[in-house]
Design a protein around this ligand. Structure first.
Ligand code: DON
Length: 303
C-alpha cells in the first residue's frame, strides 16, 4: 500500500477543518500553540515510517501519555490495578468530578483524569519514578533521547490544576491513592507535559500494533493485555466522543489536549495525527479529520 500517498490525502482532507478548533487555554502554557499546525506519521510493524506536515515537531503529549502509563502499570500486573479503576466509558468530560463522588472513589476508566491519577499512583509505587518510567519508555520506543518534560508546561498545569488536585484529594479520601497527593500530581503533570512529535508517538505506540512486543522484541504486555488496552482506547480513549471517534475512524485511539491523537492499526502499525485546535470534548479537530480520511480512503480499520 502506498502509505505516503494516503497520508498526503489525509492531510489535504484535514486542512480545511483546522480553523474550526480552539486551543486548550485552561492550561495557560498551552494557549500559545498554533491552532493551524498539523502533522501526521505512520510507523508500520514492518519498520517503515512515513510522515507529512510537521511530523517531527515536538508538542505537549498530554493525555496521550496515559496509555503509556497504563501499559507500564499493566506490565507489572493487572489484577490489583483493575480493582482500583474501571473500564467503562464515563460519558462525561475528562476532568469531571461528579462520578468520582457517587462511585466511591473508583474512576470509570484509566483515561479520564481521575483514572489516570490512580494509574500514576500505582506506577509510582511500582517504580519509584512514574513520570521517569513513562519518559524512558517513550525515548526507547521512539529512539529519540530528546523526549522530555517541558518544565514550564508542567508548572503551568500545577499552578492551574485545581480540578486535578480536587480529584486527587477525593481519591485519597476514598483510600484509592497509596502515595501523597502532591507526589501523584507532580508525576501526573510531568508525564502529561512530556514533549514528543507525531513520529515519536507513532513509533512509541508500536507495541500495541505488535500485540505487546516492544521495538527490541521484548514483551511489554501479554497479547491479551495488548488487546485489552486497545479495547479500552476504543471505548474510552477520546472521552465522551469515543462513540463518534469509533464511528468516524474505526480504530483504538487516545487523544490529548496538546492536539495529538494516537491510533492503532493492530498488526499493521501506529498512526499519530496532531493539530492543536480542539473540539468541545477536548479532541483535535484536525487530527480527527485526518484519521477519518485515512481510514476511509485505505479501508484500514478494526471493523
Ligand atoms: O490534566 C489535564 O487536564 C491535562 N494534563 C490532560 C488532559 C487531556 O489531555 C485530555 N485529553 N484530551
Amino acid at each position: 500500500m502506498d502509505y505516503q500517498r494516503f497520508l498526503e490525502q489525509a492531510m489535504a482532507a484535514a486542512l480545511p477543518a483546522l480553523g474550526r478548533g480552539k486551543v486548550a487555554d485552561y492550561i495557560p502554557a498551552l494557549a500559545a500553540a498554533d491552532a493551524g499546525a498539523f502533522g501526521m506519521a505512520l510507523a508500520t510493524t514492518d519498520g517503515e515510517v512515513h510522515g507529512v506536515g510537521d511530523d517531527t515537531t515536538p508538542f505537549s503529549v498530554q493525555s496521550v501519555s496515559k496509555l503509556f502509563t497504563l501499559a507500564l502499570a499493566l506490565h507489572h500486573g493487572s489484577d490489583a490495578l483493575w480493582r482500583r479503576v474501571g473500564r467503562e466509558p464515563s460519558g462525561n468530560p475528562f476532568n469531571s468530578l461528579i462520578q468520582l463522588e457517587t462511585e466511591q472513589g473508583i474512576p470509570r476508566n484509566p483515561f479520564i483524569n481521575a483514572g489516570a491519577l490512580v494509574v500514576t499512583d500505582a506506577l509510582q509505587t511500582l517504580t519509584g519514578d512514574a513520570s521517569g518510567a513513562v519518559r524512558e519508555l517513550l525515548r526507547a520506543e521512539s529512539g529519540n533521547p530528546a523526549v522530555a518534560t517541558a518544565p514550564a508546561i508542567a508548572a503551568s498545569e500545577a499552578a492551574h490544576g485545581h480540578r486535578n488536585a480536587a480529584l486527587a484529594h477525593f481519591l485519597a479520601h476514598f483510600g484509592n491513592l497509596r502515595n501523597p497527593v502532591d507526589t501523584v500530581l507532580e508525576h501526573y503533570y510531568a508525564h502529561c507535559a512530556l514533549e514528543a512529535s507525531c513520529r515519536d508517538l507513532a513509533l512509541a505506540g508500536g507495541f500495541l500494533a505488535r500485540h505487546g512486543l516492544r521495538a527490541d522484541g521484548s514483551r511489554l504486555l501479554s497479547r491479551t493485555d495488548a488487546k485489552r488496552l486497545n479495547a479500552v482506547m476504543l471505548t474510552c480513549g477520546t472521552y465522551d466522543a469515543a462513540g463518534e471517534f469509533a464511528y468516524r475512524v474505526g480504530l483504538p485511539g487516545k487523544s490529548g489536549v496538546g492536539g495529538a491523537i494516537l491510533a492503532i492499526l493492530p498488526g499493521r502499525g501506529a498512526l499519530c495525527a496532531w493539530s492543536p485546535g480542539l473540539d468541545p470534548a477536548g479532541n483535535s479537530v484536525g487530527a480527527m479529520a485526518a484519521l477519518d480520511a485515512f481510514t476511509t480512503a485505505t479501508g484500514l480499520s478494526v471493523f
